[in-house]
Design a protein around this ligand. Structure first.
Ligand code: IPM
Ligand code: MN
Length: 363
């Protein structure tokens, strides 16, 4: 398999290096052929090549089996017009790869109960999956524009765009707890009324076995902090999903923990939910777990190698229950650097993967 790695900006290079370390360890343990090339995106590409998404990056990504991305965003370009900001590179990449469903799981980890802003009894048992529509809504809608003292964006969805993303959310619910919460703002927005109608119709016609509830986005934001364990799959449009997934992520103890997979397009895109965190970049303190868990999602969704994905996920859990912590999840206690966390997880993942293959062989 051929992976294109896009380290990007800020802590992106540090955390993707650890994700690659884990991928390499798994591939070595399982004698899986694997090769990767590193390309530029975001601020680092703007600085070097004057373009946040150079053509060579797009063509390499389109020729690979999966894309693993670090983070994009650099304050140096904050004042640039939209098209010349690092984020524009990421949005163009998303649209070039074509993945429209962005899966962002958030699960309570008992070992991190102390780092969550919620009381342990409130967060315990939370295991939810946000399915964020990634190619529509305000991020991509036209018309959009900016004059000196006036600016506008358009939230626009076609029924077909809602349906294709909803289908992925329903399918995910089918192999989970069979509950789907569709989040919108149908009390105010026409686009949300269409969203609600499209999801309801799909539910009746194709997914009668899934329990659906519709919820306004403000209510959802509230329930996420009061009763997060009530959710299974949350389906929502692009901007609502962006906001709710940061909220869900931080509940787990740190934004640094959360992974994402973007599927449905030509090539899958796997990236942690966190940003480039320029304030801690280059210090070796970033948490690589979000990036490593994104590599696990890559094995699951792009390579259909569930055993490898599970080995990585279990290795993360093992490292945490063995007491390893980066600063963000150390609650003031002892911590290890980014690289140590990566090495510790890589060793555990390889051992787990070998053991699972041994078990499979002896069955
Ligand atoms: C995310 C990020 C991006 C987004 C930014 C960097 C464009 O916040 O992946 O959640 O808004 O989608
Ligand atoms: Mn975001």
């Amino acid at each position: 398999m051929q992976i294109t790695v896009l380290p990007g900006d800020g802590i992106g290079p540090e955390v993707t290096a650890e994700a690659i370390r884990v991928v390499a360890a798994i591939c070595k343990a399982g004698s899986i052929d694997f090769d990767y090339s590193i390309e530029t995106i975001g601020g680092s590409a703007l600085r070097g090549l004057g373009d946040a998404l150079p053509e060579i990056t797009v063509s390499r990504c389109l020729k690979s089996d999966a894309v693993l991305l670090g983070a994009v965003g650099d304050p140096e370009f904050d004042k640039n017009p939209r098209e010349r900001r690092p984020e524009a590179g990421l949005l163009r990449l998303r649209s070039a790869l074509g993945g429209f469903a962005n899966l962002r799981p958030a699960t309570a980890i008992a070992a991190l109960a102390d780092s969550s802003p919620l009381r342990p009894e409130v967060f315990a048992g939370t295991d939810l999956l946000i399915v964020r529509e990634l190619l529509g809504g305000l991020y991509f809608g036209w018309p959009r524009g900016r004059k000196a003292d006036e600016a506008f964006n358009t939230m626009r969805y076609r029924r077909s765009e809602i349906e294709r993303c909803a289908r992925i959310a329903f399918q995910a619910a089918r192999i989970r707890k069979k509950r789907l919460t569709s989040v919108d703002k149908a009390n105010v927005l026409e686009v949300s009324q269409l969203w609600r109608e499209a999801v309801s119709r799909l539910s009746e016609e194709e997914f009668p076995d899934i329990t659906v509830e519709h919820m306004y986005v403000d209510t959802c934001a509230m329930h996420l902090v009061t009763t997060p364990s009530r959710f299974d799959v949350i389906l929502t449009e692009n901007l609502f999903g962006d906001i709710l997934s940061d909220e869900a992520a931080v509940l787990t103890g740190s934004l640094g923990m959360l992974a994402s997979a973007t599927i449905g397009g030509k090539v899958g895109l796997f990236e942690p939910v966190h940003g480039s965190a320029p304030e801690i970049a280059g210090k070796g303190v970033a948490n690589p777990i979000g990036a490593i868990a994104s590599a696990a999602m890559m094995f699951r969704y792009a390579f259909k190698n569930v055993a490898a994905a599970v080995a990585i996920e279990d290795a993360i859990a093992d490292a945490l229950s063995d007491g390893l912590r980066t600063t963000d999840i150390a609650a003031g206690g002892e911590s290890v650097c980014t690289e140590t966390m990566g090495r510790e997880i890589a060793d555990r993942a390889a051992a787990r993967f070998l053991a699972s293959r041994g078990n499979a062989a002896s069955l």
